[in-house]
Write a protein that binds this ligand. Structure first.
Ligand code: 13P
Ligand code: SF4
Length: 302
């Protein structure tokens, strides 16, 4: 064990802290985490954990959600500038407009959104529970924010609803093209295509499986197939290789790299544990309002 990892272990004990990490952070950071997972799993862990401090290796909306669910806990971000651009790609004015237009409207907010956007929403979803939750809502009209691609994927699975899309996107996932996938498939025709629903429709059309990061990892791990074309951020490669050392994974695209997720480093984890810097703060009013759709998600996704 390196010196810095020993120091982190010691600090975790002293501060009664746990480290949560998303699958998109660097391998080195995933290795020191107590829990790694997709957005839904990490939100559940944040809610259940009895540690006093949570170090969240991810992006702002993840740290914010952990704090909203646990106001009494200290939530530390290794790098405060790690933000998800998509989290800002919807606006409160448009939500208001939609609510005036449709009497029976549910605003469904992908968890990749700011606390401010969550305050104006009826329920949150992640890529692993969005279909289930939208299906179960009593409302016919659904305004899905901010991600257009996930919204369209959900709409296809729930044709009985009128899903209104918003034009947000993840630059990492939309950088993957159908041509990228076809080129790999030509070389490895037996490979199955596993895609995240934030990908464009042209990529999802080629997929054998569409799911969240943990969905992709589970599918590849349980499958008898030996080769896979992965259409999501490259960080999932770590867990895919740990769980499946004999299988082959080919990543589609050339920009499937989230620069914000990669701002998390082992050194920064150690620094915030030592200093208590970068604590997530949310006003009481915003916290109370944004807790409603988050709690509703945790309840409906059970
Ligand atoms: P999931 O891990 O929930 O699939 O989310 C992907 C993502 O883009 C997180 O930023
Ligand atoms: Fe946001 Fe995309 Fe990065 Fe996830 S991968 S944090 S959705 S920019």
């Amino acid at each position: 064990m390196s010196e810095i990892v020993k120091e982190i272990e010691q600090l975790k004990k002293e501060k009664n802290a746990v480290i949560l990490a998303h699958y998109y952070v660097d391998d080195e950071v995933q290795k020191i985490a107590d829990y790694i997972g997709d957005s839904y799993y990490l939100a559940k862990i944040a809610k259940q954990s009895d540690a006093e401090t949570i170090v969240f290796c991810g992006v702002s909306f993840m740290g914010e959600s952990a704090k909203i669910l646990n106001p009494e806990k200290t939530v530390l971000m290794p790098d405060m500038s790690a933000d998800c651009p998509m989290a800002h790609m919807a606006d409160a004015e448009k939500i208001k407009e939609m609510r005036e237009k449709y009497e029976d409207l549910a605003v469904v907010c992908y968890i990749n959104s700011t606390a401010e956007l969550k305050c104006h929403s009826d329920v949150c979803v992640t890529s692993s529970n969005a279909v289930k939750i939208v299906k179960a809502l009593p409302n016919k009209n659904i305004f899905f924010i901010p991600d257009e691609n996930l919204g369209r994927h959900v709409a296809k699975q729930v044709p009985e609803k009128n899903v209104i899309l918003n034009d947000g996107f993840c630059h990492v996932h939309v950088s993957i093209t159908a041509d990228n996938v076809r080129q790999i498939k030509q070389k490895y025709p037996k490979a199955l295509v596993l895609a995240h629903p934030e990908c464009k429709q042209e990529v999802l059309d080629l997929a054998d499986y569409i799911g969240s990061t943990s969905g992709i990892i589970d599918y590849a791990s349980k499958s008898d197939n030996e080769e896979f074309i992965i259409c999501t951020e490259c960080g999932v490669g770590y867990e895919l290789r740990v769980k499946n050392p004999n299988k082959k994974f080919y990543f589609a695209g050339t920009k499937h790299f989230c620069p914000n997720m990669k701002l998390n480093t082992v050194e920064k984890v150690c620094h915030v544990l030592k200093t208590g810097e970068n604590a997530v703060e949310i006003s009481d009013e915003n916290r109370k309002k944004s807790l409603v759709p988050l709690d509703r998600m945790l309840d409906m996704a059970k």
